[in-house]
Design a protein around this ligand. Structure first.
Ligand code: URA
Length: 230
């Protein structure tokens, strides 16, 4: 979309006023002074008018590479929370889509769209989530069979689990895909088969993978195909 059209869409300026604002040096695109009102605004580019960020109204969809030691919450009295890792204008609008434990790292989605978030987290939708799990002991054939065949019962939980899938990465590392989201589910599943989780990293939700170019603590906007894939 052209810059003047973009400004007209997300501010009270008409296109003509937007063109004047560009000429007057009031507009920046990706931090640089905009020179031409006809220049296209690439997706996910920061645009500011008089130093204030402007954005097309609509929902926000972000992926964050969650580091360990940060809570999957929007506020907490004593611990850092994932929205502390976002600029204030985004942090004020989004919530985490489900939760990762304090010590779990990796793919966490944040959005302002409650329906989208519900589709991903609702137990009725069985959205698969894949975790890279480092185990204390190599996984035995029997343990793998119990994880994969379903019917596993967690401590203090009446309902049995759906089948999970397990892919071996190395001796003590597996990729575990589950389609439910019980409390501490992966850790409790491995405990139920006599093993112990040493580290846990989520790298996929459905077909959406954590961007390998995103360092821990960094986020980016999802593109339309990523949003639709979920
Ligand atoms: N299962 C866990 O045990 N912890 C997480 O953070 C996510 C899934």
């Amino acid at each position: 979309m052209r810059l003047d059209a973009y400004l007209a869409r997300c501010t009270r300026l008409s296109r003509k006023e937007a063109r004047r604002a560009v000429t007057a040096g009031r507009v920046t695109v990706a931090g640089q002074l905009a020179r031409k009102a006809s220049e296209p605004v690439p997706e996910n580019t920061a645009v500011a008018l008089d130093g204030e960020p402007v954005a097309i109204p609509g929902h926000l969809y972000l992926m964050l590479n969650k580091p360990a030691g940060v809570l999957s919450a929007t506020t907490d009295a004593s611990q850092p929370v994932v929205t502390d890792l976002l600029p204030d204008d985004l942090a004020a609008r989004v919530h985490p889509v489900g939760r990762l434990d304090l010590d779990t790292t990796g793919l966490l989605l944040l959005t302002s769209d409650g329906q989208w978030s519900h589709r991903i987290t609702s137990p009725r939708h069985h959205c698969p989530k894949t975790y890279r799990v480092t185990l204390k002991e190599p996984l035995t054939d029997d343990a793998r069979h119990r994880l994969e065949s379903g019917g596993l019962r967690l401590r203090n939980d009446d309902q049995v689990l759906r089948p999970a899938s397990v892919a071996t990465v190395s001796d003590r590392v597996v990729d575990l895909t589950i389609t439910e989201g019980r409390y501490h589910q992966v850790k409790r599943m491995l405990a139920a088969v006599g093993n112990h989780v040493e580290t846990l990293h989520r790298h996929h939700i459905g077909d959406l993978g954590l961007d390998p170019d995103l360092p821990p603590g960094e986020f980016r906007h999802l593109d339309d195909s990523e949003i639709d894939s979920l």
